[in-house]
Every structure is written in C-alpha cells, then in structure tokens.
Design a protein around this ligand. Sequence first.
Ligand SMILES: Cc1cc2nc3c(=O)[nH]c(=O)nc-3n(C[C@H](O)[C@H](O)[C@H](O)COP(=O)(O)O)c2cc1C
Length: 94
Amino acid sequence: MRRNTQPSERLKEFKAKIRAADGILIATPEYNYSVPGVLKNAIDAASRPYGDNPFDGKPAAIMGVSIGMLGTARAQYPLRQTMVFLNMYPLNRP
Ligand SMILES: Cc1cc2nc3c(=O)[nH]c(=O)nc-3n(C[C@H](O)[C@H](O)[C@H](O)COP(=O)(O)O)c2cc1C
C-alpha cells in the first residue's frame, strides 16, 4: 500500500505559522527520559518534504517542567539534536 504523502490542511496551516514566526519557543514535558512522541511527530511532519523546512534558520528556545528532579533536561537534549538537523538556533543558556 502506498503512503499518502500529501500534506493535510492542518499541516499546511501549522507550517505557515512556523514560517511566519520570528522564533520558536517549545514548552515540553519529559516522557521516559526523552521527547514526547506527539511533539516529535509534529516537528517531523512539519519538516517534510525534504527541502521544505519551515524551521530553517529560526531562533529557538526550549523550556519545560516535570515532576522529576531534572525538570525535562533529558527531553531538551534530544530536542536540541533535532534542531541541529533542522538548522535552528536554540538559545544555549538563559
Ligand atoms: C508516559 C510518560 C512518561 C513520563 N516520563 C517522565 C520522565 O522520564 N521524566 C520526568 O521528569 N517526567 C516524566 N513524566 C512526567 C511529565 O514530564 C509531566 O510532568 C507530567 O506528565 C505532567 O504533565 P502533563 O499534565 O502535561 O501530562 C512522564 C509522563 C508520562 C505521561
């Protein structure tokens, strides 16, 4: 079965909002020491098709709260990895 590669209207709208933004602030919880799947899916969906990446060159910041001691640090690191490929510029320190 072939995968449907046509972006939905919701996805087009999401990408347009990212493109229009001066910067991106991601507020996230931490799920099992990593990025919540729903957040990763949203980023991945918006980043495709290859060459149509609305995150390209955007300044970014990441914040989060959790019930754990590290306050989402283990979700924030893999998010930064993804930002390398997406060519975003995350703030390193407050
Ligand atoms: C599936 C799942 C995994 C979680 N894993 C972690 C974790 O590894 N570290 C952590 O500090 N908090 C973890 N949490 C707690 C969340 O980071 C968050 O604090 C909690 O879910 C409350 O936020 P919410 O009301 O948006 O779900 C987890 C929560 C869920 C539902």
